[in-house]
Design a protein around this ligand. Structure first.
Ligand SMILES: [Ca+2]
Ligand SMILES: [Ca+2]
Ligand SMILES: [Ca+2]
Length: 164
């Protein structure tokens, strides 16, 4: 009898583990980047497209009242879900919370995964070409968020019109 139970519970454990794994990929790096046009780099457009896809995915999961945007409550549900997913992967000591170290590990893992996605040719390094699209998107966002303008100076274009 007890043997049977053991087998059963180990089967359940395996099923649960498999389920966690498929969820884990999603949780780790929410936005899945891929070289959809196959030109060997992930362009800014491809990143933007991936973001949009992710947004609609999030909406389909967490927009409970279906009004097309996330209310505060809905957003909270999303964060909770993400936190739970992070716990599954990174709660190393199993206390049900993410300590600072565990958070850092999670962040590192996400970064590593992003780099792995950017490394389209899989040589283990993100070349300048491979990183270009990502950097472009990052800069765009950075400027939007911190409003770092100024220091743009530069009077290009003044020495044009020399030829002819
Ligand atoms: Ca591409
Ligand atoms: Ca912990
Ligand atoms: Ca590479």
């Amino acid at each position: 009898m007890s043997k049977n139970t053991n087998i059963k519970s180990s089967m359940i454990a395996a099923t649960v583990a498999a389920g966690l794994f498929s969820g884990a990929a999603l949780a780790l790096t929410p936005v899945q980047l891929s070289d959809t046009d196959g030109d060997g780099v992930i362009s800014a457009e491809e990143i933007t497209a991936a973001r949009d896809a992710y947004k609609s995915e999030v909406l389909s999961q967490f927009d409970a009242d279906g009004n097309g945007e996330l209310s505060r409550t809905e957003r909270r549900a999303m964060k909770d879900a993400r936190y739970d997913a992070a716990l599954v992967n990174f709660d190393a000591d199993g206390d049900g919370e993410l300590s600072r170290d565990e958070r850092r590990a999670a962040k590192e893992a996400r970064k590593a995964e992003t780099e792995a996605m950017l490394d389209v040719n899989g040589d283990g390094e993100v070349s300048a070409e491979e990183a270009a699209g990502f950097e472009a998107v990052k800069q765009e966002r950075g400027e939007g968020r911190h409003g770092k303008r100024g220091k743009k100076g530069g009077k290009r274009g003044e020495m044009a019109a020399d030829e002819g």
